[in-house]
Design a protein around this ligand. Structure first.
Ligand code: GTP
Ligand code: MG
Length: 300
């Protein structure tokens, strides 16, 4: 990872680190483990993983007669990295043009912002990007996506507010295919009504994509708000039951002390985390890199 990216990650994880780091400047005793346990729970690592981590560190400290808590940091890193390595994944964009990425998630989780950031990264790589304004529920949503399209140098396909989201997606994918564009990013509305309704709407959108691109996988990204930590797991389950979710983005990690929630999120949902958001700017969306994440979390 580039140094500038790593620095962003480090400053993005500042709040999560703030409880964790101070516990290490002392000797290893029962009180240390109690404090570390509380810090891990505050970081939203979850009860199960926290217990396992504490047991592991107690064992290591005993076996290797470690007295200085600072020396246990390496073991904590190793354990956290082992959890997170199982959680990382890369975008799967298929072999044809355009690749289609559908973004799901409740109100305000960060879908539109994530799309804007990703669009900018793709155009920077020289790819031609189309944004599909399939959040037709709010007029402002289309305007917001338009601002991002301009900033990122992407083309936008939009209909009037209230239009059928599937019709917008159809136009976007069809036009992208005929023009030879590389990627279509689909913004959807964040309303969470009943699971049945969600299921129907998403099925319709996916069918529409498959009508134009029958052999293309649809990368389906669920965007979760990092500031609510583990509480995002339940809403994620609703989406997971409604459609085949192929990846997760956790946003707003810069605004929370609950960055450890990546572990229970991944353990419970068993869906790869593909990106994390560590700020509001275009550059603040990073591919999820477990080693860098742990390093940024534990190092001062
Ligand atoms: N600090 C921080 N803010 C973020 C991040 N990602 C998104 N945001 C902010 O979160 C707010 C909501 O983001 P949107 O992208 O509009 O969320 P959305 O999911 O599209 O919301 P709806 O369209 O209402 O469903 C905005 O103010 C974003 O700037 C992040 O990684 N860090
Ligand atoms: Mg939006």
């Amino acid at each position: 990872m580039l140094k500038s990216m790593f620095d962003k990650l480090k400053s993005g994880l500042k709040k999560t680190k703030s409880n964790l780091i101070p516990t290490f400047s002392r000797t290893v005793d029962d009180e240390f483990f109690d404090e570390l346990e509380i810090a891990l729970l505050k970081a939203d690592v979850g009860v199960k993983a926290t217990e396992e981590i504490i047991d592991f560190l107690k064992d290591e400290a005993k076996r290797k007669r470690i007295k200085d808590a600072e020396k246990l940091k390496e073991y904590l890193k190793e354990k956290l990295a082992r959890y997170l390595q199982r959680c990382a994944g890369k975008l799967e964009l298929g072999d044809e043009k355009p690749a289609v990425i559908l973004f799901l998630g409740i109100n305000g989780s960060g879908k539109t912002t994530t799309i804007g950031k990703l669009a900018a990264q793709f155009t920077k790589e020289g790819k031609s990007v189309v944004l599909a304004a399939a959040d037709t529920f709010r007029a402002a949503a289309i305007d917001q996506l338009e601002v991002w399209a301009e900033r990122a140098g992407a083309r936008i396909v939009k209909h009037s507010p209230g239009a059928d989201p599937a019709a917008v997606v159809y136009d976007a994918v069809k036009s992208a295919k005929s023009r030879g564009d590389d990627i279509v990013l689909v913004d959807t509305a964040g309303r969470l009504h009943t699971k049945e309704h969600l299921m129907k709407e998403l099925q319709k959108i996916k069918k529409t994509i498959q009508k134009v691109m029958p052999n293309q996988p649809v990368e389906t990204i669920l965007v979760l708000d990092g500031t609510i930590g583990q509480n995002s797991i339940n809403q994620a389950k609703t989406f997971k039951e409604a459609t085949d979710v192929t990846g997760i983005v956790v946003t707003k990690l810069d605004g929370t002390a609950k960055g450890g929630a990546l572990i229970p999120i991944c353990q419970e949902l068993k869906i790869p985390i593909k990106f994390i958001g560590v700020g509001e700017g275009i550059e603040d969306l990073q591919p999820f890199d477990p080693e860098a994440f742990v390093e940024a979390l534990i190092e001062e």
